[in-house]
Write a protein that binds this ligand. Sequence first.
Ligand code: ATP
Ligand code: MG
Length: 423
Amino acid sequence: MIQLIRGFKDILPGEVELWQYIEKTARSLFEDFGFKEIRIPIMERTELFARSIGEDTDIVEKEMYTFPDRKGSLITLRPEATASVCRSYIQHKLYSKDPVQKYFTIGPMFRRERPQKGRYRQFYQINAEIFGVDSPLVDVELIFLMVTLFSRLSVSDVETHINSLGCPECRPTFKAVLSDFLTSSTGTLCSDCIRRKDRNPLRVLDCKVPACREAMAHAPSILDYLCPACSQHFETVKTALDAMNVPFTIDKRLVRGLDYYTRTTFEIQTGSLGAQSAVAGGGRYDGLVKALGGPDTPATGFAIGFDRLAEITGLNCNDFIKTPDIYLAALGEKSLSLAFEWRSALCLEGIKTEMDFGDKSLKSQMKRADRLGAKHVLIVGDNEIKQGSVILRNMTTKEQVLIPIERVVENIKANLGASPQLE
Ligand code: ATP
Ligand code: MG
């Protein structure tokens, strides 16, 4: 038997209903906040990710699915959405009417990581990006949006962590200070971090190797090196979060894996997922649009890990599984063909209807109706048809009523409408 690829997964009926509900909740929240949906391709030129995410990041160094297409140019399955959304913003000059644009996108991402609980090679993200606003208030709007989504999904065990990464003005000073600190702790760092310490010292701060984490507990904080403008930006973020009643923790080690982030950076963490504690992350990337050849445009965004969110959502999947309103139990050939006609007519009226297409006994059809959780069963037998009416049985109250077969669909509708069981 051919099995799916390691690190990939199926989202089966029974689970997919929860995913649909999460997506619906996110979409309606985005609409309320004025975000428009954008759909971007699954593949891009490798160069786009290499340039925007940064050569020294885990994603570009070791996690991308990159291969030559038939003519030899390198393409990559997208590991994240921001680079593509920026490419699209620039390519279609989406800034020309109004530089301020707010987008969301939902879909699969691909990273060739070691598969484990909460870590897949194809996973899903809910992304939001805001272009053209440098005010810290939009950073807060994004955090508020995520926190609201989590609370609407009854997710309680989450914490918001924030930090600032400064800007090209002040970050170099911090990088130099951090580099000196790292040189003095070389003995305790992992081999990846020893390599990163000169090329991209900030990355060492979020290394997951326990020895590195321990060494980094004493690392200097970038917050002590922010320039006045970045410092003011961060202060406003904190004040506005307080005003919106969003609790947060300042986390000086929060740097995120991507090179293009500036100023505010944030992560939502949970205690419910074991080692994979990050449910969402994001922040400002004021330099990226320009670096990719567009106009100088401030931008900020987030990515929520859909798989991890689905796992910690407090809502029960069973709440969303739709059961049939009516199960048509047909007995005999004539009944079967009539029931088949009625079924389509009922479905078109928005009444969820199931039936058995084989010639089964009433007992076995009733059993199946029960298994499917049908609210009613319409018993259609050749005898009933001869007498001009069929039996509608309410599966909860066990009450049975006779439904005339002339204008049967209307009669059923009227009956269901009167029934308190039907929502
Ligand atoms: P992590 O620290 O867990 O590797 P990350 O910093 O690589 O996360 P981002 O690039 O910020 O993650 O992506 C945003 C969110 O996407 C993460 O917070 C996480 O919930 C989710 N995510 C990232 N990689 C995976 C994966 N391989 N499988 C499932 N979800 C993932
Ligand atoms: Mg990662």
